[in-house]
Design a protein around this ligand. Sequence first.
Ligand SMILES: *Cc1c(COP(=O)(O)O)cnc(C)c1O
Length: 504
Amino acid sequence: MSDRDIKKATTQVNQNEGLIMEKSSPGKKGYKLPPLDVPAVNISKMLGDLERRDDIAAELPEVSEIEIIRHFTRISTWNYAVDYGMYPLGSCTMKYNARINEVVARLDGLAGAHPYQPEKLSQGAMKILQLLSECLIEITGMDAITLQPAAGAHGELTGVLLVRAYLESQGNPRKKILIPDSAHGTNPATAAIAGYAVENLKSNQKGMIDLNALEKQVTEDIAALMLTNPSTIGVYESDIHHIAGILHRKGALLYMDGANMNALCGKTQPGKNGVDVMHLNLHKTFSTPHGGGGPGSGPVACKKILEPFLPTPVVIEKSDGTLGFDYNRPKSIGRVRAFYGNFGMHVRALAYILANGPDGLRQTTEDAVLNANYIRKKLEGIYELPYKTQTLHEVVFNDRIQQRKGVKTGDIAKRLIDYGFHSYTVSFPLIVPGALMIEPTESESKEELDLFIDAMKAIAKEAEDEPDTVLNAPHTTRISRLDEVRAARQPILRWKKQAKYAAE
Ligand SMILES: *Cc1c(COP(=O)(O)O)cnc(C)c1O
């Protein structure tokens, strides 16, 4: 058997065994209970209306233990994960999540803590909230923080609501928020949900804020500028002091989208550069699990002027030296999340920060920047680099060279799957048509980066010599290229009994 035959056979096995529903037969069981040693009760009578309806129960598969184990083990191998290989998804900072974080987050006293536990029994958990707050305040150079928001976008909304509350307290919430054209889509969405009109700010040829344009656009109507730094093309806004000055002179505030803090941690503190309020993504920079819709965390750090408006409750030190929650904050924007935010993520982020220490965090930043620039250097010329400005933790190419043979960024991304990598980010940011946005993070070794670079070079060569190979990729996955329009318009999201089986 050739390698190809073996692959085909394996794929067939995978496909044949794909649907657990089709292995089901009545009476098969995956468990065995000991004989009853208490009096039997009539469950149906006890449950009444709450009993599971027979018509639904009849649809559930009945399989043996080995069948269900194989089912879940098999489908787990159809997925891609950071624990499986490089995940160069730009903007997302898909770094390795250290196992020590998981060990700490699973400690009984933390994982089992109840949010309604009295304060005197929650001192340890509160100490974690306080310590993480202190670390993040130090890292960002800000004055105060809330850990409540559950994601970056949620942090943005919290931050902009702080801006609104502050400006309102000054007499006028103002009308508009300025957002550069390179911004993440959540920025304009946030501004709109917080009741502001969005005004677009064009980037200059270096992909940075145009100071002259900014000076003209900042009027008494502008509440804030939402600035991503470094930007989504990985460029550091070296004029950030100037930018802050222009805003502050007109009474507007500077919001920093801190999702890219992986490029700054331990190197510079946004709070020292004129930023008034910012969010962090613990699930990006601070190595808490990311993706799959799992819990995230988007703390918001701010300057003194915004502190009175922070969500309640806030951890405080009481006169007897113990910690307590302060709910009595009349200017607060209120709660943005149940209890104290996603506590498990706070534990993991603190474990990560303490395990690294200040020098480790700085090293992390330097390695992330080095890795991105290594890829940039090796692939420049093979893929076109639209912005030549020095970049930090990520690099954005475009597909102009490959487009001559009809190959686009999405095709290259799909071919990359055949080479064993997760795709980079396609078609973002919007200021780069046909973008290939690559962020290796600090987690990858030189050996892994070299494999990725080799794959990207091989695909560029294929795009030139045999474009169909790229255009029809992926070839090695269970399901090859999907009809993306149909997948979006007519998604099939659950298994349904097909006529063939229904008839049996
Ligand atoms: C990821 C990201 C966000 C949004 O964060 P979520 O946690 O996904 O809501 C916002 N801005 C930038 C620049 C990002 O990279």
